[in-house]
Design a protein around this ligand. Sequence first.
Ligand code: 8YV
Length: 326
Amino acid sequence: MKPKVLIARAVFPETIARLSLHFEVESNPDDTIWTKAQLIQKLQGKAGAFTTGSERIDAEVLAACPQLKIVANMAVGYNNFDVDAMTAAGVLGTNAPDVLTETTADFGFALLMATARRVTESEHYLRAGLWTKWSYDMFAGAEVHGRTLGILGMGRIGQGIARRGAHGFGMNVIYHNRSQLSPALEAACKARYVSKEELLGSADHLVLVVPYSAASHHTVGAAELARMKPTATLVNIARGGIVDDAALAVALRDKRIAAAGLDVFEGEPKVHPDLLTVPNVVLTPHIASATIPTRRAMANLAADNLIGFLTEGKALTPLNPQVLPG
Ligand code: 8YV
């Protein structure tokens, strides 16, 4: 008998077809976001689950689903997993790194550009029929080329943004990270390690790419925003909760910083109402990895992990390899 696998959200039909070759698959064609109780009910008897960031796998879910052996996330971030609880329950967690790095870095740069050059704000003005004449300072934005790019969180995606800034736009790149990169990686990104304080105070454009955890909650709040240049812009493509969105809305309203670009939000898909009323913010609905080739690669990697683990005890990108057999 084939092992049973749950696909918790709508995905590519070919992903479902591929998993169905190996498993008895239950999918979610309506793309309903299940409650925890519904998720637990759907997981009964399942050996594997294919999840996205919207399914929380914690001790309560694991205790209620004793047959579960692996949960494969179609995301590089895995703050929806309680990895310690998974390890304690002997359940493997996998994520989907690397395959989205360049696409996500492209988007980070797009958001930086749109924010600095006021792309959406000026488009709204045009669409509202307010554009009646050219004027010398209309929607004058911030320079990007040659300016200082700050990156908080210098993992693979942070490095991708650094390379784009340094090599494509001649930017002076500074970064802060839990650990300093090797000299070779720093040279490839033309990036200089600085303290968090220097990063906040010196960046003309600051991009956040840190993973979310209890420790990184509100890494950027009122105090950090107060340290930034009033001309600076802030981009968050990391996770909601890294930025204190209420404090950011105040800083934007008071022009404490010039502008922000946000792809992720605290409590998304809800957006802090004050962010919807300030003009100097570009808002996108968590789409940094959203190109079809990249989303396909992410789905394939999650599927490879399920197939590899449930058929051969192997996984490509395990988060808690200590639970792998042998
Ligand atoms: C996902 C992401 O699309 O990979 C991540 O961590 O944030 C996005 O690429 C999202 O998490 C849905 O799984």
